[in-house]
Design a protein around this ligand. Sequence first.
Ligand code: GDP
Length: 308
Amino acid sequence: MLAVLSGGTGTPKLLQGLSRLLEPRELAIIVNTGEDLEVSGMYVSPDIDTVVYTLAGIVNEETWYGIRGDTFLCHEMLKRLGEVEMLRIGDRDRAVKLYRTLLLKRGKTLSEATGMLCEKLGVEFRVMPMSDDRVTTSIVTESGKMSFHEFWVVRKAEDRVLDVKFEGVETARPAPGVIETLESAEAILIGPSNPVTSIGPIVSIGEIRRALCRRRGDVIAISPIIGDRPVSGPAGVLMKGLGYSVSPIGVAQLYRDFVGKFLVDYSDGHLAPAIEELDIKVVSTNILMPNHLSRIELARKVLELLKG
Ligand code: GDP
C-alpha cells in the first residue's frame, strides 16, 4: 500500500493518475485540514473535498475546487440577502458540506464523516483527515495575523509574510488509522503540494512527524516548485516569508528530516548535488501535470521508483 500526504491542488492531480493504476486497498490518502473553516454555518474542509471529488471523478479541474458543472444559485441568493461568503460555494458542493456538517452535529468525527462521504460518492480509496482535532493555519503578515483564506482568497497574497502558525497543532492527535497507515505502507509519498500550508500542518503533528522520520528511507516527495516558482498558488511567498529559497532546494530543506528521495523537474536536474548534500536522493523527471496523460505518466514513474 502507498500512503500519500495531500493538499488540495497539486497532489490531487497526481491522485488522478495513481487511482487509475492502483486498486483501492493499494492507496491511502492523509489530507491536510489546516484550512478547514466555517462558511454560512457549514463546516468546510477544502482539501478533503477536493481529494474526494477527484477520486469520485467529479472535481472541477479548472479550479481544483468544487464540483464540475455546479450551479451557484444559493451563493448568489445569499449575496442578494447581504451575506457575502468568503468562498464561492456551488449548490451541489454545498449539499456535500451541509451533509458533513449534519454528521458532525450528530456526533460523528471528521474521520467518520469523511468515510461516509466517500462511501456515498463511490470512492473506495481510503481518505483520512490528518486529525479529528481542529488545527487552524494562520498567516502572520505585516498587516496582522489572518486566516489562510483571508490571506490568499481575499487579499491575494499581497501582504508580506512574517510567519505561519498552526493553531492547535501541539495537542492535535493523528486521526484514527493515520499512524498505522504510515507504519504499514510500503512507501510514503508527499505529493506536489504547498510545503508550508498543505504539508506543513500534517508534518507539524508530533506523532506524524516522528512516524515519518522513522521511515525516512521510504518517504519520497515531489517538488511543487519548478525553477524559482510554484506551478500555482502562494507557496513562493510563504516559503520566502519563512526564510527559504523559492526553489526545489528550499523544499528539500523543509523536508530534510523525513524525506529520503526527491523528484524534481528535468529542468532542475542541475540542483541534484546541492540537494544530495542534505542526504536526499534526487530523481529528475517531468513533474508538470497539465493533463490526464501527464498525471498517469508521473504516477507510473513514482510506482516504478518505489519498486526500486
Ligand atoms: P492547495 O491546498 O489548493 O494549496 O493545494 P496543494 O497544496 O495540494 O497544491 C498546491 C501546490 O501544487 C502548489 O505549490 C503548486 O506549485 C503545486 N502544483 C500544482 N500543479 C502542479 C503540477 O502539475 N506539478 C507540480 N510538480 N506541482 C504542482
